[in-house]
Design a protein around this ligand. Sequence first.
Ligand code: ADP
Length: 416
Amino acid sequence: MLTTFAVVFAAFGVVGFTLAFVYHRGFRQARKILKDVSYTVVGKEVPTIKILDVLKSMKRDLENKYEEAIRSRENMRTIIENISDGIVILDHWGKVLMDNSAARELFGIKEESEGKKLVELVDNYDLLDFTDKSLNSFKKGSKEITILYPKKCYVKCDSISVTLSEEEVLIILMKDVTKEQELDAMRREFISNVSHELKTPLTSIHGYAETLLDDDFNDVKIVKRFLSIIEAESARMSRLINDLLDLQKTEEGKTTFHFKEIEISEVVEYVSRIVKPLAESLNVEMNTSYDVDVTVNGDFDRLVQAVLNLTDNAIKYTSQKEKGPKRVFLSCRAMEKECVFIIKDTGPGIPSNSISRLFDRFYRVDKARSRKVGGTGLGLSIVKMIAEKHKGHIEVSSKEGVGSEFKIFLPILKKG
Ligand code: ADP
């Protein structure tokens, strides 16, 4: 009995000792963990209850930081969205992190783009090639690309890499340079046109002068003919230069228009007097008519220049017609709020596919015919510019082989 009791007691002793040992070890471990946490979080050993407070405040801090990150992302999105140039931000794998509507518009992207690779959104080899190369090097780069869809435009792309929230990202900036490119092309075309226009009369002047120098001046008729060509060509050259200077000065706002109340009938009368001898000499019948007591706010000399230019064209081009009646009608009529100068002729007419370009500088339907009548190709652009300076506009309708009709509309100042 005593032995049994001793065994049971010993067994309890062992179990108790084991439990105490295990508990003590666990407690030690738990304490060690808490101590470690305490050092990591606070930097020194503090009571467990304090650690919980610190952890709670850390949680609050993290939540605030998260909200701030979201806010700053939204702010960044607002800034990017309000930039007029296109912007796309890509991660290391070429996935879109952010873009703006200017970029989406340039490439006609309609779907949600964030998280997608650029290649899934854009079908433009030049841009994809540029971004691929930029992603490989993560270096600054620049390239001008052409976009054909949704509309043709030229875009200058710049890539820069920056570190955003510890991640290196690639920013692609896209600037629409279509207008600059078109202006550049226009400038180049203009210079080539001017050089060509000046070269032609100069070549002919030079050629005839050279021939005359080698001549023994025996045939006075030939000498006179050559001299008259030289005179006509130099006159055309000086007209061209004057027209160019005129256009340039007006475009730069350097030409002053002297606006005052003008009777439209006086403009018609004045032009008619100037062109009559020309019409007679070219066998063109000239008729005029106008409404009286109608005034506009205009520059008399400039209005005369515009109407004269159109009437002069009408007479000269009509005179070139091989058969049929040769007539020019110059009139000015008053409507309710506008008056209209009408210059109508029965000349060769203008093909319909030339109408839209007619007021462009140096545009001619028939170069040889224009040169024959001493034209510079600048007359109609000057007339258009004068009409617009008077808050008016110009219209043209024409039928090949039948004739043309030019109209200048101007606002009426007083009537009746
Ligand atoms: P140009 O000095 O060559 O006459 P304009 O600018 O006055 O230049 O006219 C441009 C072109 O428009 C002319 O070259 C000519 O081909 C055409 N044009 C102008 N007026 C007439 C007209 N009344 N009839 C036929 N063609 C015309």
